[in-house]
Write a protein of this length. Structure first.
Length: 96
């Protein structure tokens, strides 16, 4: 009987290890963030980010959630907003 118990324990352990990789990856993006970095939704978008970039990131994140948000005037006229929006849309997808 001990052999059967050992086999069941081995199967359980192997199954547990097999399925641990299927969940969400741990969020380690902002581990090395310094005090001047712009961190939003646990992603470090870097330091020295101006107001337009930060607004773009937040609007891009809303868009990635399915709530299309874009200031077209800023997107067309402000490179920092446009880049922030694109970064937010890309990096916030699936994060909340």
């Amino acid at each position: 009987m001990p052999d059967k118990t050992l086999s069941l324990a081995s199967i359980f352990l192997a199954g547990s290890l097999l399925f641990t990789g299927c969940g969400e990856r741990p969020n380690i993006d902002n581990i090395s963030a310094s005090s001047g970095d712009f961190v939003y939704r646990n992603h470090n978008f870097g330091s020295n980010r101006d107001t337009e970039y930060r607004k773009g990131v937040k609007d891009g994140c809303k868009t990635s959630d399915g709530d299309y948000t874009k200031n077209h005037t800023l997107f067309d006229a402000e490179n920092d907003y446009r880049v922030g929006w694109e970064h937010g849309r890309m990096h916030c997808k699936g994060r909340k």
